[in-house]
Write a protein that binds this ligand. Sequence first.
Ligand SMILES: [Zn+2]
Length: 237
Amino acid sequence: MRRVVWFAGKKYYRIVPFIVIGYMLIIFAAALAGMTEAVSLSVAGKNPVVIDPGHGGYDPGAITSKGVYEKDINLAISKKVKTKLAESGIKAILTREDDRDYANGAGSKKTKKQTDLDYRIGLVEGLNPEILISIHVNSGGGNNSGAEAFYQEGSEEGKALAECVQAELRKIPGMTKRVAKSGEFYLTRNTKITAIILELGYLSNPVERKKLLQNFYQDQLADAITAGIKNYLAGGK
Ligand SMILES: [Zn+2]
C-alpha cells in the first residue's frame, strides 16, 4: 500500500518526507559550515596579533650576569611565538625584529624610555591588532622563579587573556605555579588594545637563567604562549 501524507492541504506520496529531510540536511550542513568558518575566523583573527619584544637597542632590560641581556631573550622567544602562531594560521607582527630601540637618540633615561614606549604604542595601534603581548624576563626578589602574566587593572579582556596564557605557562614541567595578576604598566595603561605583559622568568635566579637561555626551554615558553593566545582568540578561558 502506498502511504499518503498530507502537506499544505494537498496529498503527497511518501517521497515527500525524504525531500523535506533532504532540505533539512542541506540547511543543517550549511549552518555547520557557517559555524566552522566563524570559529576558524575567530581563531585566525581578521587582525594580527602583535608581539612586543621588550627593551632593545640602548636599553638591555635586566642584566644579572655578564653578556646575558633581557632584550636578547625577549626577542628570541618573541620570534618563536611569531613562527608558532603562523603555523596555526595566525598572523603575528613584532614591534622589533632585531636589536633596536625607538628612543630616537638624546634625552634623559626616563625620556628615552617614554619616547620608546610611545613609539611602540603608536606602531601597535596603527596595526589595529586583536591583542598585544609584551614579552619580558624578570630579575630581583631573592630566589624568585616562574613565569607570570600581568594585565592592566580594570581590563576584563586583559584579565581573560592573561589567564589564558598563564594557564598554559603553568603546564610547563617544573614551572613555579604563579597566577595572572593585575598591575600598572605604561604600555598597557596607554592603549585601548587588549594588552598583557609577560615576565617569563627570573634572570636573577641562576637555575632559571640557565633555562631561559636554552633553546628547548624558550620553545616550551613559546608553545605555551601560543596555546594561550589561541585559547583566548577562540573564546576559551
Ligand atoms: Zn623588561
